[in-house]
Design a protein around this ligand. Structure first.
Ligand code: PXP
Length: 289
């Protein structure tokens, strides 16, 4: 169940996923925008934790990002990763607060579908056991399906994160019947998971329009949200960055204007006795910094 705030209200934790800050950074290969700076901003704005997915192809978050997040973050880090030995070694080196095991295919654009917990067999159980032995809480990203919830409890995960992608896709498509069906499925899965002793999280595709139905489910302890928040930040922040750039440019031009005026005043008496050709050259020169 969610932890209670001092006033008795059950607190639903918000994990902000910063993967797509790294996506924008990587588009240019430099250091801007820095996902760690975004993580600090998210925490200052009310995030309870930060989520980052270190993909096998490193398409957004890098190994260095994980090192820096772990060193500098003041809130828990939830590391999303595939259930592989490479990722297990990274996780046990950094000891994030939690690891969320997700299915991963190189050709997918984002995590499609939940983890095949039964299909993961002995290897998945071993990875869960090793993460737990290292003191890391283990979450499985799963479809809201009773059989998968039961398999997650049997595999001794601490947490299930219920995949809300289908629900959010149906909401975007305006399919009210489909939305009602999916919300019902997620709610039932949350109840089942909670009664099986699992902590319940949810995420994928959540937006301002779709968060409320999930946030109202009493068993829900944490929501992980990324893509929408980073996208929405453009609309909440582009006005500020453009206005700041405008101000810097205007300030720079004001100085150019002052130099030009001063230059013209200084050269005015001499210009009066010169040929038009020389006057033009002098004017051009005064514009050179
Ligand atoms: N939870 C998991 C397990 C995910 O893989 C993702 C996407 O990286 C999210 C939550 C966040 O989804 P979104 O970026 O669509 O909010």
């Amino acid at each position: 169940m969610p932890t209670k705030k001092k006033n008795g209200t059950p607190h639903l934790r918000l994990g902000v996923n910063i993967d797509h800050v790294a996506t924008i950074r990587n588009a240019r290969g430099g250091r801007h925008p820095d996902p760690l700076r975004a993580a600090h901003l998210a925490v200052a704005a009310g995030a309870d934790g930060i989520t980052a997915h270190l993909r096998e192809d490193r398409r957004h978050i890098s190994d260095e990002d994980i090192t820096r997040l772990k060193q500098e973050l003041t809130r828990p880090l939830n590391l999303e990763m595939a259930a592989t030995d490479e990722m297990l070694a990274i996780a046990t080196r950094h000891i994030p607060n939690a690891c969320c095991l997700v299915p991963e295919r190189r050709e997918e654009r984002t995590t499609e579908g939940g983890l095949d917990v039964n299909g993961g067999g002995e290897r998945l159980r071993r990875i869960i056991a090793e993460l737990k032995a290292a003191g890391i809480r283990v979450s499985l990203f799963v479809e809201p399906d009773p059989a998968v919830i039961e398999a997650s409890a049997a595999a001794e995960a601490d947490i299930v994160e219920l995949h809300t992608g289908r629900y959010c896709d149906l909401a975007l498509a305006g399919d009210a019947i489909g939305v009602a069906r999916e919300v019902g499925r997620i709610a039932k899965a949350a109840t089942l998971a909670h009664s099986a002793g699992l902590e319940v999280h949810a995420g994928h595709g959540l937006t301002y329009n779709t968060v409320t139905a999930v946030a109202r489910m009493p068993e829900m302890a944490e929501l992980n949200i990324g893509h929408f928040l980073v996208g929405e930040a453009i609309f909440g922040g582009l006005n500020q960055s453009v206005a700041h750039m405008r101000r810097l440019m205007d300030e720079a031009r004001a100085v150019v204007g002052r130099h030009e005026t001063a230059g013209r005043a200084a050269s005015a008496p001499a210009d009066a006795n010169r040929t038009p050709a020389r006057t033009g050259a002098a004017r051009q020169h005064s514009k050179t910094p």
